[in-house]
Write a protein that binds this ligand. Structure first.
Ligand code: FE
Length: 249
């Protein structure tokens, strides 16, 4: 597998490039509009053709580049079918793998952060989106989120994977890059250490997080597969500006 972990600094999002060395086909998990030029440069430098973009969920903190990548290089937009977005080309459902050359991507419905959230397993790793972060998890207070539902997704579905499975999250705010299922079961302060459902619900209810500052623009933009709104206030412009340099994260 050809693999790159790419970082978008405004929203601290990790975009994952997966490529098949035999066919030269590639996909991007959770690509961000700010870093579209960098991502295309990386694909080009590796000699790969972008076949799919694949989002884990309808994001509230950045705009996906799925639509613009489709316009620029002809990639198909893959995203959870449950969200019923008219702009999606390939509706992802659980237990129906997405084939990318010789790579098989297994979708896992992992609701709780949002109701339509999916994680994607490929070979020795799982891309957990915002369901499971390193020593954390996504918030559960917007987008039909629900703490009890997230608990079941993580404990029943993700923690039942082999201990050595690599965990690649959608974000990390402390520049950590990868974990394992064993590590999260052992030390995740919210969901690991044998936390009970009741303990997890109490932790999530007590977070007292601020209102997500970009959500009112990001969600409608992402329901259209990646449109920057015309009425974006100046204070939020950085969410739609292109990265001027090309940090590879
Ligand atoms: Fe999210």
């Amino acid at each position: 597998m050809i693999f790159r972990q790419l970082e978008e600094p405004v929203s601290n999002t990790y975009t994952y490039l997966l490529g098949c060395p035999d066919t030269g086909e590639a996909l991007l998990i959770d690509p961000v509009i700010n870093s579209i030029d960098r991502d295309l440069q990386v694909l080009q430098s590796l000699g790969l053709k972008l076949v799919y973009t694949l989002d884990t969920h309808i994001h509230a903190d950045h705009i996906t580049s799925a639509k613009e990548l489709k316009q620029r290089v002809g990639s198909k937009i893959a995203a959870p079918a449950i969200d019923r977005l008219p702009c999606v080309d390939v509706g992802i459902v659980e237990a129906t793998p997405l084939q990318l050359g010789g790579l098989k991507i297994d979708p896992l419905h992992t609701p709780g952060h949002t109701d339509g959230h999916f994680a994607y397993r490929c070979a020795d790793r799982v891309f957990t989106g915002d369901a499971l972060l390193i020593d954390g998890c996504g918030r559960t207070d917007f987008q039909n989120g629900d703490a009890a539902t997230l608990y079941r997704s993580v404990v029943d579905k993700l923690f039942s994977m082999p201990d050595e499975t690599l965990v690649f999250p959608a974000h990390d705010y402390q520049n950590r890059r990868v974990s394992t299922i064993a590590q999260e079961k052992l030390r995740n302060p919210r969901l690991g250490k044998g936390r009970t459902l009741e303990e997890f619900q109490a932790i999530m209810a007590g977070l007292d997080l601020p209102y997500p500052k970009f959500i009112d623009y990001a969600v409608p933009g992402n329901r259209a597969c990646g449109v920057c709104p015309d009425d974006l206030p100046d204070a939020l412009r950085e969410y739609c500006e292109r990265m001027s340099d090309s940090p590879q994260g």
